[in-house]
Design a protein around this ligand. Sequence first.
Ligand SMILES: *[C@@H]1O[C@H](CO)[C@@H](O)[C@H](O)[C@H]1NC(C)=O
Ligand SMILES: *[C@@H]1O[C@H](CO)[C@@H](O)[C@H](O)[C@H]1NC(C)=O
Ligand SMILES: *[C@@H]1O[C@H](CO)[C@@H](O)[C@H](O)[C@H]1NC(C)=O
Ligand SMILES: *[C@@H]1O[C@H](CO)[C@@H](O)[C@H](O)[C@H]1NC(C)=O
Ligand SMILES: *[C@@H]1O[C@H](CO)[C@@H](O)[C@H](O)[C@H]1NC(C)=O
Ligand SMILES: *[C@@H]1O[C@H](CO)[C@@H](O)[C@H](O)[C@H]1NC(C)=O
Ligand SMILES: *[C@@H]1O[C@H](CO)[C@@H](O)[C@H](O)[C@H]1NC(C)=O
Ligand SMILES: *[C@@H]1O[C@H](CO)[C@@H](O)[C@H](O)[C@H]1NC(C)=O
Ligand SMILES: *[C@@H]1O[C@H](CO)[C@@H](O)[C@H](O)[C@H]1NC(C)=O
Ligand SMILES: [Zn+2]
Length: 700
Amino acid sequence: MVKPTLGSRASLAVAAVAALATTASAQTFRRSAACPSLGCIYPPDQSSFIAGQVFDIRVEIQAPANGSTPYNNGVPSSEFALYIGGKGADMQEVSSFYDREDPQVESYNFTYYEDLFQKANDSATLVNVLAKSYRHVTLFNPGEYELKLQYNGGSETLAHWTVLPLAEARQAKNVILFIGDGMAPSMVTAARLLGHKTVNGKYKSRLQLDESEGFGMQMTHSLDSYITDSANSATALMSGHKSTVNALNSFTDSTGKPYGAPKFETIFEMARRLYDAKIGIVSTAFLADATPAAVVAHTPQRGAYDYVIDQFLDGGAVAFNGTPQNFSWTQWDGPDVLFGGGGKDFVPKASNKNVSKIDRFLERGYQWSTTNSTLAELDNSKRALGLFSDSNLPTWLDRHVYTDNLASFGAWAPENKTFTAPTTDVPGLKDMTLKALDILHTRSKHDGTPFMMMSEAASIDKSMHVADYPRALGDLLELDDTVRATLDRLEELGIREETLVVVTADHAHGFDVFGSADTEYLAAQTTIEGKRDAIGTYLESGLSGYQVPQGVNPQNQSEFVGPQGPGFPVTWEPRYTAAFGLAATVDQYEDFKTHPSVRATSLEPLKNGTYRASHDDSPDGFFISGVLPTSNDQGVHSLVDVQVFSFGPGHELFRGMMDSTNIAQKIAQVMDLGRDKKGDLAVSQRKGKGKGKGEGEGKK
Ligand SMILES: *[C@@H]1O[C@H](CO)[C@@H](O)[C@H](O)[C@H]1NC(C)=O
Ligand SMILES: *[C@@H]1O[C@H](CO)[C@@H](O)[C@H](O)[C@H]1NC(C)=O
Ligand SMILES: *[C@@H]1O[C@H](CO)[C@@H](O)[C@H](O)[C@H]1NC(C)=O
Ligand SMILES: *[C@@H]1O[C@H](CO)[C@@H](O)[C@H](O)[C@H]1NC(C)=O
Ligand SMILES: *[C@@H]1O[C@H](CO)[C@@H](O)[C@H](O)[C@H]1NC(C)=O
Ligand SMILES: *[C@@H]1O[C@H](CO)[C@@H](O)[C@H](O)[C@H]1NC(C)=O
Ligand SMILES: *[C@@H]1O[C@H](CO)[C@@H](O)[C@H](O)[C@H]1NC(C)=O
Ligand SMILES: *[C@@H]1O[C@H](CO)[C@@H](O)[C@H](O)[C@H]1NC(C)=O
Ligand SMILES: *[C@@H]1O[C@H](CO)[C@@H](O)[C@H](O)[C@H]1NC(C)=O
Ligand SMILES: [Zn+2]
């Protein structure tokens, strides 16, 4: 965990590694992901595949040597076999089904804690494993499949898989997927309150998200935990498979290694492989971060940043740190657009053997940009890399209101080839997304192929982690503004009718607004009780202080427009702020003000590895006792379902209660992904259905 220090570049970078989930405070433990018995099958029971989706199969036979359920002195039986069959049809061994040699058996051990007592005693259970992986397999025919693993002389593990039906016709040629990281429904509501005015109980204007044509909700839980991180939740959205915390488009095997785990193809990889689709990745995070990485990276360890950057360029078969992967994977030679922060991971450094990843992109023919001005000048017909910051981009609030914070910002310094320069010439989500759209449109039009873009508002989440509600909501309003501008640009380009736009979140934060706070009265009080009296509930909550200029009563019905135009607050520093909070907090001081610097609710770790609240963070504030283990330096994600907004062709599919995995599957359906290589359900059979140029063509 990186602590933001007030006023430093690190503080602008909003705790770069902060979102990375820790396991240090886990309260339940399991031996292996999705494997309660001693025989594991990956992909596990209940997996659904897009027809033709490439994946790996892995089986593990585990034998605990000690702990509460030792088995056979820790010796797994070397006699084991995996069978596959359609429902009712004869089963056959997977290697004969795929007409290939049986893979080599791996043999190793791992340890795990069964509960907190074992952990406190530091006595882990030892497990010996035999395993094998069938790489790069595919199921083309829709329907039900059954997998049976026989092991340990008579034990069986079953997995039922579904290959989803093919679409009847293509509904949209292009897809844009917006992800508001950590964007809980309550945060959308709060952003509306800050950015739009009510008169006599009715909103005078609304969010673009409020105008969505399709609306539904999705459940975000992961494969083996009900609270998710951004890696496996983005994985579900982009590949249609549940996975484990910290995993990107792969299952977490028991090797503990960041490479070699069983993978599955993302819809972006599929669209590239099948249609030569142009792919855009845009994020306000550092680009190796979980959500942008989930477009194309495969690893159970999202923190393997150098490996993630290499996969942006070379795809999932690339060597890890010199260790060859020994398998083929979907052809991938880089996205058409990659815009965001995280220059630190592209410059030469010890961990990447001093290789400049920027040079590697340039050698591949990419143009690149490091400022908002040069972004605008990029050639729309060429692939482009944009690195606008050392780590995360500054938040919308820092770019528009607290611009002094940019003085210590890490922009590209050409003379030093480092990301250490100050600049105010930095793009926001809207600038990056619209430019990416122009490039994708130009390139896809030229080649007669579709395009897909993922655009992430990352600091909604990063700010929520440190209870910096105004920064989170500022970036949420920027996302809403970006969605509006994107729909307008699609209209201008004449492709609105052939482009599906989906806006969703990858998970929530337990956040809500419960009243207002009179910040002046609060600051003047000296006792906790006095300060808490500044909170107005029910009738006293009043109306949004953000929609009137400073000094004007929030009940004033005139409509005011702030410096950033409609859809944003008139002021960020009203006397009457929203009283907001999180369900899962660390100890902190709260004053309900917009903080000029990025918030730092907790101080440096104490010698014993715990954190304590920082009074400097909110000098006027009162102390709120947290509920998380004191080893946490920030808040965590929460369980509540998140919204799915959709616009354009195919939006009808994104209604009602969905699972996170359905998002990728429905996008595949709308784009009519799910085709094959020669033989099965051939591309040619379905050619000419749907509309749009390049239908069924451009297959590599
Ligand atoms: C576990 O495996 C490691 C190497 O893979 C080996 O050195 C070690 O002896 C094994 N431990 C046990 C207890 O078998
Ligand atoms: C160590 O393990 C034993 C047995 O499970 C348990 O009773 C004891 O409380 C543990 N010690 C600690 C410090 O947790
Ligand atoms: C299991 O065996 C390993 C290796 O001998 C040992 O380190 C570990 O403490 C043992 N765990 C338990 C729970 O006995
Ligand atoms: C790949 O194959 C080489 C040579 O057989 C071997 O040394 C290496 O361990 C393999 N790598 C993986 C990840 O399996
Ligand atoms: C990387 O650069 C550092 C500093 O110049 C040098 O000490 C190190 O040996 C280099 N490492 C490699 C793998 O070239
Ligand atoms: C570039 O490097 C020089 C020499 O180390 C240093 O003085 C200067 O501040 C650096 N400039 C930037 C923008 O990092
Ligand atoms: C980026 O540049 C464009 C013009 O190309 C301008 O409209 C926009 O306001 C700039 N964005 C920022 C954040 O300065
Ligand atoms: C609302 O505020 C404006 C600007 O301060 C002021 O001119 C106007 O008189 C106010 N309206 C009322 C009814 O107080
Ligand atoms: C860690 O240290 C702090 C300050 O010395 C103390 O208040 C706290 O109780 C300690 N926590 C633990 C878990 O030891
Ligand atoms: Zn997060």
